[in-house]
Write a protein that binds this ligand. Sequence first.
Ligand SMILES: C[S@@+](CC[C@H](N)C(=O)[O-])C[C@H]1O[C@@H](n2cnc3c(N)ncnc32)[C@H](O)[C@@H]1O
Length: 176
Amino acid sequence: MADGPKLQRQFPEIDNNMIRSDAAMAFSERHNIRSAPVLTVVDDETAALITERLAPRIEGRTVVEIGGGIGLLSLHMASVARRVYCIEANPVWSFNFVQLFLEKKPKNLSFLFGAADEFVGCIRADVAIICTHSDVRGMTLVGQQFAPIVVDVYGELVDANPDAFDAFARQARLIV
Ligand SMILES: C[S@@+](CC[C@H](N)C(=O)[O-])C[C@H]1O[C@@H](n2cnc3c(N)ncnc32)[C@H](O)[C@@H]1O
């Protein structure tokens, strides 16, 4: 799968040049994107662990990931799910990893670039996945328009082991 350390080495360049540029900020505003431009799934180990946790709920099913970042989690989920749609408003992330998808993208994984609400009514899924620490509420609401079940991956991890997370961070993720 992907070379985690190599992916991480590329992040400062993406951050400085594109992700925090005026154009990127205007893009987020235009597309009503409220989450922070921060990636949490940037290596295969993390993506594999999350996929393993989700496997009983996504195996053989149609999954939509809202705000998929570079698409690494969706890539892993596609090895378990029947079909995965990775919706990501910002094309900058995965375009910087185009070589990865050139080499690895399977046919049951599709990327949709745009705000998720642009695709409501176009696709349906059994399960929606969100992996974020910001705009959890907004991304959950849009996820509910695609699937009857929305999994807030980090919310579940916090609930399962609250003491492992900073108290402020636990609260903040629900309001920012
Ligand atoms: C905090 S980042 C996390 C990215 C990725 N899930 C990860 O953990 O590495 C949230 C991402 O969701 C995207 N996003 C937020 N709201 C969205 C929406 N309504 N439609 C599509 N993408 C959205 C943002 O562009 C951003 O890349």
